[in-house]
Design a protein around this ligand. Structure first.
Ligand SMILES: NC(=O)c1ccc[n+]([C@@H]2O[C@H](COP(=O)([O-])OP(=O)(O)OC[C@H]3O[C@@H](n4cnc5c(N)ncnc54)[C@H](OP(=O)(O)O)[C@@H]3O)[C@@H](O)[C@H]2O)c1
Length: 280
């Protein structure tokens, strides 16, 4: 006989990476999990996955609404929403076509807004928890990821505002900031401009190379899944949680104590940004 699932969970961007790890982990924990992908058929289900993928394009209101309706009509409830769908657009601001910048904001920011707006009417009445995947790139601008940083900074403001709007309603919201998690994100990243003759080529290429190098050393996405699983059961949710190796998080916490001018230099050094802009 089928046991009553502990929670009904919807995870956007569950075909790979962090979303996939969350959906897999939470379903193994006994929750009834639905994931989303733009093209569920393109991906064979792994043996350890116990969740269904619904078709969702987070840039499309109707697509998002009908997935939430589908979960509600099948399960009669929706307790947890994890917004993990996201993309990365890298390159110099000047060389990134506006439509690519808009796509970045539309997927990463408005995509979350659409998911949250679709889930809220039910959750505001019956209760629920919403986890939004932010990034440290939303706390500190990252060179050659200006649109990505902007999309994640927007999410930070969105989550902070939403939490206060929802005071008195049984909905909890938190921003989850993963640090260096090894996923398909980087392979899927779109790089704009930075051709051989670009004035930004030297710094831009070095910055992207340095992102790729730290990404290869990243942690398993199950780290994020475990954190969210614990938070699902927690009594209170803070506004945000960073998730990653403790040494990296400790270093980041120390950095927050620094004046911004010093922090900026450290970030530039980390991404090999050279004021002379030369030496490819
Ligand atoms: N990995 C890290 O170190 C890291 C660090 C900080 C923040 N994050 C954030 O964590 C989230 C997940 O990233 P990840 O590393 O797990 O990346 P990933 O492996 O590339 O997964 C991204 C997911 O988003 C979905 N997606 C992309 N565009 C979509 C769209 N237009 N509509 C619907 N779904 C879409 C993809 O599904 P389909 O292609 O199947 O549609 C995929 O399942 C992102 O928001 C990212 O910014 C990641």
């Amino acid at each position: 006989m089928r046991q009553t699932p502990r929670s009904v969970v919807l995870v956007s961007g569950a075909s790979s990476g962090i979303g996939n790890a969350c959906a897999t982990y939470l379903s193994k924990k006994g929750h009834a999990v639905y994931g989303t992908s733009r093209d569920p058929g393109a991906r064979a289900r792994r043996a350890d996955e116990f969740f269904e993928l619904l078709t969702v394009e987070v840039r499309d209101d109707e697509s998002v609404r009908s997935a939430v309706d589908e979960v509600l009509s099948r399960e009669k409830r929706l307790d947890v929403l994890v917004c993990s769908a996201g993309i990365g657009v890298a390159g110099a601001v000047e060389e990134t076509a506006l439509e690519d910048g808009l796509r970045q904001i539309d997927v990463n920011f408005m995509g979350v807004v659409r998911m949250v707006r679709a889930a809220l009417p039910w959750m505001r009445v019956h209760g629920g928890s919403i986890f939004v995947l932010g990034s440290l790139a939303g706390r500190y601008g990252v060179p050659f990821q200006a649109y990505y940083s902007a999309s994640k900074r927007a999410l930070q403001g969105f989550v902070e505002s939403l939490r206060m709007e929802l005071v008195g309603f049984p909905v909890r919201v938190a921003l989850i900031e993963p640090v260096h998690i090894r996923t398909g994100f980087y392979a899927a990243r779109m790089v704009c401009g930075l051709a051989e003759d670009s004035p930004y080529a030297a710094n831009g290429r070095r910055a992207i190379r340095s992102m790729e190098e730290s990404e290869q050393l990243g942690s398993d996405p199950v780290l994020v899944a475990r954190k969210i699983s614990r938070l699902v059961r927690a009594r209170h949710l803070r506004a945000r949680y960073s998730v990653g190796p403790w040494l990296v998080r400790f270093g980041l916490a120390l950095r927050q104590l620094l004046p911004y001018c010093i922090l900026e230099r450290l970030i530039m050094a980390h991404y090999s940004i050279d004021a002379r802009n030369g030496d490819r």
